[in-house]
Design a protein around this ligand. Sequence first.
Ligand code: SDX
Length: 428
Amino acid sequence: MSKYAELIIDGKTYQLPIIEGSEGEVAVDISKLRAESKVITLDIGYKNTGSTKSEITFLDGEKGILRYRGYPIEQLAEQSTFLEVAYLLIYGALPSKSEFDQFNSDIKKNWLIHEDVKKIIDGFPSNAHPMGILSSLATSLTAFFPESLDPNRSWDKVNLTIHRLIGKIPTLVAMSFNKQRGVPFNYPNNSMDYVPNFLKMMFGIPSEEYELDPVIVNAMDKIFILHADHEQNCSTSTVRFVGSSQASLYASIAAGINALWGPLHGGANQAVIEMLENIENDGGDVSKYIEKAKDKNDPFRLMGFGHRVYKNFDPRAKILKKRADQILDKMGVDSPILDIAKKLEEVALKDDYFVERKLYPNVDFYSGIIMNAIGIPTQMFPVMFTIGRLPGWIAQWKEMRENKEPIGRPRQIYTGANERDYIPLEKR
Ligand code: SDX
């Protein structure tokens, strides 16, 4: 690969450095282009533009490869646990036993939240969307831990914020869920592990023994692992962008929650179930909905299908599809919407429209079916995605701050009115 790309503008040749990543990805570094040529590049939606160099997650969309810190997602989903994957993403290596035990203990110390948070939760109407509640509560942590606003905090103190976020977000989720269900809050139980404790806080009733189903615990743990990071997606780029202004980690995570909420992104898992239920209620005719998805005049999209990067199967969707079968089978759950999902996938993957555009099922296509079977309300699905993605957001924010990246500030091409004089109101 040559070291430079040559760009000719108005007869003048500019040499732009070429950089190559550890997996052979190649980029043209345009950081000096404007200074030398007064010309910028334009790439609306950043479909072809790299925003950073990162050591955290590698995706190959053509080959359907996903690795966290070099470890294949298939191996981590099969052999690891969510909290161990969180450590791997944030600190860059698999923890030793003592390192993991310390991390686990640090997280447990931070499961509880200030009792005043209940007053914030009580202020929300019962029909408030859980993602709106969660992003507000994440921002409220800046009030309970104001020292986190110091952009020059030591890394030891940032680590405390990391432990607080990973410890408290599930508690905030469970607390707001119980408020909306009108049941008393189930406090965390430090004798339990991360995912079992979360499920008990979500579904348990105080003073009653909550029986954990190992199938459900394992399913939730794997769902969190599969969602833990995904390089520079919309919400992660948002977290890095907000963090680049030296906003606190809590504020950056709250911004990521709001970006993830959109139905084209993390809100797709909720939209998939709503779509499948609509198709079921409409008689289950999947071909009708495939045609709607292809019709440019119809706003309907096949939710859970397509991906900016994967132009092959999303490896997470493959794992979740297999697990959905296993989990529903073990739980003895008969899921008409799973049958509809499989039919949709089968018809779509034979249809030229989807084949030509390389539209395959993504992570959201099957995750909702598993969460639906577990008994998680559909509106809570993006919140589950949030808990899973939290370590990835933290890892990416930490990397951006450690690398002292500059504040994000893209350029634009102005296409508005040229200079004109103001006309006083009485003369208009
Ligand atoms: C996530 O980026 C990440 O890594 C995200 C994520 C993560 O882990 O962080 O993987 C999580 O967000 C997964 C994606 C969840 N979203 C959905 O399932 C929503 C449905 N999918 C789409 O809206 C769409 O596929 C996107 C948003 C995911 C990707 O959109 P792009 O890359 O901007 O592609 P596009 O919208 O330009 O589509 C290209 C073509 C268009 O047709 P033409 O104009 O070429 O004729 O494909 C069509 C689109 O109309 N198309 C679809 C479609 N997705 C794309 N047509 C019907 N149904 C769809 N789902």
